[in-house]
Design a protein around this ligand. Structure first.
Ligand SMILES: *[C@@H]1O[C@H](CO)[C@@H](O)[C@H](O)[C@H]1NC(C)=O
Ligand SMILES: *[C@@H]1O[C@H](CO)[C@@H](O)[C@H](O)[C@H]1NC(C)=O
Length: 370
């Protein structure tokens, strides 16, 4: 009996350590925020989130250093302190790049050791000097096999630098995350799965923008912009999450993204108003995009009919020849329940300023539970 005691003690210790480690992995209930997006930093109800992403820091095209533009500095440098006033445990990440930044600058930066080092060192300094808990890479998108390989190298070097900075500063390591395409397969190019699994805390999976009324997408047929399931094509949130898991990224490192905005189409015929109905391009705004808050106002002002399709998991509404595809509370709660059921780490929204009085943020947080 006595000889078994050390083994028992040892395995209990290992168990407790594991328990401690996994208990430290908080569910990700997250949203991105950016300036002039409909809510001020102080106006965010941070009690509904465990993480908030501050968007975006920029990548300088000649020095490859990460910078915060002078017009954003006041908001960004006080972001953490401001959102922690309502929720002292919310953690913040500085997001770099975004959909409007130039992918080619990221590609150049990632192609050489010296420019990767500029990016890595400056990003860590910027996060620490502005009190962020982590960094988020939004390179949209690498587009060649070499660029995907360089992304992997960048992530591994970034992780090593973050670990060494943590050792020398004595602070907990910065979190490292990235926002990636909805699927691990980007037009037949594969994301660097091993580097992602080893070096990122998690991946924000952008499971939206599947259909829009713009000419490059689906101008002639309405569509579910962020379908969770899609009986007619491979493009859906579920297909993407399944691809990421099958490629080898643990479910516990995946975070499901959904939009707090929709897209408005001009119907070809006001009486034909289903999903995949004939359309003539954009309505309402120049690219058809419309925030959830504006959609709720549109429905109220125009007496629009709103429909939830539980097969696809999308909402849509129509009035006259305007048709809007979006996520309302039922789509959001179904997606959050899906994410939890799949064992994912959590969810995120783009973007908190588009919400209507935090209705979707609240729905999402409640659907996940504590
Ligand atoms: C939409 O319809 C226009 C006009 O018929 C056509 O020129 C265009 O190719 C169509 N776009 C797509 C994506 O099918
Ligand atoms: C949901 O949308 C799909 C695709 O348009 C359609 O086939 C299905 O009938 C819809 N379900 C309901 C309940 O309307």
């Amino acid at each position: 009996m006595a000889s078994k005691t050390p083994a028992y003690v040892f395995s209990t210790l290992v168990f407790l350590l594991q328990l401690h480690f996994s208990a430290g992995q908080t569910v990700v209930k997250a949203a991105y925020w950016f300036p002039d997006s409909g809510v001020t930093v102080a106006g965010i109800d941070s009690t509904l989130f465990t993480y908030l992403f501050c968007a975006f820091a920029d990548l300088n095209p000649s020095t490859y250093q990460v910078t915060i533009s002078s017009s954003n500095l006041a908001d960004f440098s006080t972001f953490t302190q401001t959102v922690q006033q309502k929720n002292p445990s919310v953690k913040t990440l500085l997001s770099i790049g975004g959909g409007n930044s130039k992918a080619s600058i990221f590609a150049s930066m990632a192609s050489q050791a010296s420019t990767r080092k500029s990016f890595i060192d400056s990003s860590i300094n910027l996060a620490r000097s502005n009190n962020f808990y982590g960094l988020d890479l939004d390179w949209e998108y690498p587009s060649t096999a070499t660029e995907f390989a360089n992304l992997g190298t960048l992530l591994n070097e970034w992780r090593a630098a973050v670990a060494s900075e943590s050792e020398s500063s004595g602070n907990a390591p910065l979190l490292l995350t990235a926002a990636f395409f909805y699927s691990s397969d980007y037009y037949s190019l594969d994301y660097p799965i091993q580097a992602i699994s080893n070096s990122l805390d998690w991946v924000n999976v952008m499971a939206y923008d599947f259909y829009s009324p713009n000419s490059y997408s689906s101008p002639n047929l309405t569509g579910p912009p962020a379908a969770l399931y899609n009986p007619t094509s491979q493009v859906s949130g579920d297909t993407g999450i399944t691809a990421w898991i099958q490629a080898g990224v643990p479910a516990t490192k995946l975070v499901l993204g959904f939009p707090f905005y929709g897209y408005a189409w001009l119907l070809a015929n006001a009486d034909n108003h289903g999903i995949f109905a004939p359309a003539n391009g954009v309505a309402i705004s120049s690219d058809g995009s419309i925030t959830y808050s504006q959609i709720k106002d549109f429905i109220a002002q125009n007496g629009a009919t709103a429909v939830f399709n539980s097969t696809i998991v999308t909402d849509y509404c129509y009035a006259g020849t305007t048709w809007i595809g979006y996520d309302d509370t039922q789509s959001i709660s179904t997606k959050v329940t899906y994410a939890k059921g799949k064992g994912l780490l959590g969810y995120f929204a783009w973007h908190v300023g588009a919400d209507k009085a935090f209705a979707l943020s609240q729905t999402a947080s409640q659907a996940w539970g504590a």
